[in-house]
Structure formats: C-alpha cells, structure tokens
Ligand binder design. Sequence first.
Ligand SMILES: Nc1ncnc2c1ncn2[C@@H]1O[C@H](COP(=O)(O)OP(=O)(O)OP(=O)(O)O)[C@@H](O)[C@H]1O
Length: 243
Amino acid sequence: MKHDTVLEAQDVVMRFGGVTAVDGASMKLKRNELRCLIGPNGAGKSTFFKCLSGQLVPTEGDIILNGEHVAGRLVHEIARMGVALKTQVPSLMNGLSVHENLWLAALARHSRADANAQVERLIGELGLAAHARSLAGALAHGQRQMVELGVVLATEPWLVLLDEPAGGLTRDEVERMAEIVKNLAMRATVVVVEHDMNFVRAIAETVTVFHHGRILAQGNAETVLSDERVRAVYLGKQHGTPA
Ligand SMILES: Nc1ncnc2c1ncn2[C@@H]1O[C@H](COP(=O)(O)OP(=O)(O)OP(=O)(O)O)[C@@H](O)[C@H]1O
C-alpha cells in the first residue's frame, strides 16, 4: 500500500441471501481526500459504506484502514481507531442541551478542560452559538443535524464517514453543511454517501459511482460527473442528473 493511502477497499462483495448488493468494489483513498459515493437507488453504495464502517462484515474482500485489515471488526473497534460515523439514526440525548451533548462526546477523548475548549470550537464552527443551551429534543431538523455532526467531530477522528449529511436540509443549510464538510477535509479524510447532487457538486473532490453493485466510474469529480455512462444511469432517476 502506498504511504499516503489511508483507506483501501479490496474486491468487496456483500451478499444478502440471493441478493448481491456489492459485487467486487475496490477503492483507495488518500489522506485528507473528500470522496462522495453516489449512484441510483439500490446501487449498493449504502451497503459498501456500511462495510467500511464495520456495520456490515463483507462476504468477501478486505478493508484496510491505515495499514490495518479491519473487515470483520465491530463498529466500536473501528471507532476506537479514530474513525467516526454519522448515520441517519438519531444519536443525541434529547433531554440534554446542545452544549451537554457535545461535551459528553468530547469527554470520550479529552480531559475536562480540553473538552470545554473543544465544545466551544465546535459550537463556533457549526454555527450553534444561539442554540448552545437549547435542549437537543427541541431543535429543528437542520440544527439537530449540525449537532449530530458535532458529536461525530468531538473525538477528532482522522476518518469521517457521513451517511447523507444533506438529507432533509433546507437550501441554506445544505450550503452551510457543504462548507463545514469541505473544512473538515483539511483535517480528516472524509467519505460521504449522498443523493443530493447539488451538495455533491459543491463538495466533491473525488467521486465513486455505484451501479448494480459495481463501481461504474471513480476519480476526479468533474471528470466522473460528466462521464456519459454516469449521466446515462442517472437519466430519469428521482435524485436528479449529475449535469
Ligand atoms: N439487509 C439487507 N437485506 C437484503 N437486501 C438488502 C439489504 N440491504 C440492502 N439490500 C439490497 O441490496 C441492494 C443495494 O442496496 P443499498 O441500500 O446498498 O443501495 P443504495 O445504493 O444505498 O440505495 P439507496 O440510494 O436507495 O439507499 C438493494 O437491492 C437492496 O434491496
């Protein structure tokens, strides 16, 4: 493995009974790369993403993070390696404030004093100052997504896996989320599964396109998004065309 490759998936296959959701997908990511996984509904991108995070154990193939073979390791074991995962499953404690939620997440990795500093930094970065004392349970969807992201970032992961971070956000919130994710790639390697092509266009440096469980194209975002085969698989699909 090249020194600067921090994530490598080798011939990953994931079968569910008779369904082959991922059919031999390989991918390499460099440190601080920001990679979007896209593709039509049912293409296999979420399943592949879950193999990277440890939520699923691939039927075949391997996942290598920072030189360590991790296929088969549990989510919390992968998390302990400095990998953070934002799923669409709510993780906040509704009865605690935004500040308290972030503080508890930061404490997992920092001393009390450092956790305080980390929370202040995150509140500024995520634009949450006006809501710091609000209960998480009282937040609107977009604010909540920012706090969910804050919980993920509180441990200062080197690899961040984001499942549809723009899902359900307003246009302004999508723009803010795009800025935050781009900034994040200055200090971490980031993999994003996303349907919102405006968001993908705004953030992606490199893109991997799934189609029928296989990788149809990958590489430079501009090149891949203008690839005729990629445009063809999106035509008529509900999530828009990568034009
Ligand atoms: N737990 C499961 N059991 C059986 N089949 C599954 C399971 N998870 C996914 N699949 C199937 O695997 C295929 C790929 O699904 P996957 O969710 O990975 O696609 P996707 O590209 O993420 O789609 P979407 O954009 O709709 O989320 C689909 O045919 C899906 O029905």
